[in-house]
Write a protein that binds this ligand. Sequence first.
Ligand code: PLP
Length: 378
Amino acid sequence: MIYLDHNATTGVAPEAIEAILAALKNGPSNPSSKHRAGECCKEAVMQARGELGQLLNCTPPELVYTSCGTEANHFAIQGALAMQPDRRHIVASSVEHPSVMELLAHLEKQGVKVTYVPVDDKGQLDAAAVEAAMTAETALVTVMWANNETGVLMPIEAIAAATKARGILFHTDAVQAAGKVAIDLKAVPVDMLSLSGHKLHAPTGIGALFVRKGLKIPSLFHGHQERARRGGTENVPGIVGLGKAALLAKNELANEQAHLAALRDKLEAGVLERVPIARVNGAGAVRVSNTTFIRFGDLEAELILERLDRAGVCASAGAACTSSGTAPSHVLLAMGVDERGALASVRFSLGRDNTAADIDTLLDILPGIVNEAAAIAA
Ligand code: PLP
């Protein structure tokens, strides 16, 4: 199997598996227990919090563990509104992840006003347009660090500077950026940042929200854990696994990103050369190094994905499966791609274990698969 869907989820790093197994084998683990078993896993959690803090360059108490990235996003956005009941306006980009978009749609029904700042045809967001959308009513600006479909990086430093100057809270969904780009929270004044374990070689079931020191975010679940910000007995194996995965990502960041960029460039160049109808969505924008989202004319992505899967290659469409069928990617629509083009796009997201041979295999089989799909569509 050639796995090229790392933006959906990653395999758990062997170092993280080892740490998780050790935590599980260690016996009963509730860090709130006052006996030696409890103390032991409290120490393991402290160590892991420090490791995750190193990835982001923040202090351990600024991290609140959650169950996933979606929960961290909800925690930040709902927390910002709860902290400022007189401010009922949110600024977001038009290409946020569904975990943010669907919450914002829900909040709009409850009377919160949301301004969705458009992106250009490469999927890029203009920080000045984000700043222009801020008003005296704005409770929060929420903009993702990297887009999950195109990989396009957003101008987080500039937006953070603008929100700070105006005294407006800024949250970034860094689920697709953590472990892929250097993040220095001592240098970039974001107030809250979400990440998710399973996107960076830790398991599912663990995520985190960075909450800058001094920000009094209300509890998500009431309880004493996580400094009374998120009640519920901690997921010790998940936390320990995330710590190891974060440390690995930090230590390997430069090498790994160079490796991924080389593979991604090889993939793009090869596809463009061998499949004349192919176009890269977001080409020319600054992107994370592992992601490419390629449009194949007007051919249905599903026809290509099914055949890739049969040939042992896992990739995905940007399109979302809904109860009524397949909906085109809101990200591509926001970039001005028409509906047919949005349904004709395949995302390849690479990971640390991919090799040049994987890309060669893909390049060998893809032209035939595209021709087959074209013959069916004709
Ligand atoms: N934000 C982004 C940008 C994502 O890509 C994802 C998952 O695909 C999420 C949030 C949600 O993360 P989780 O699956 O941990 O809830």
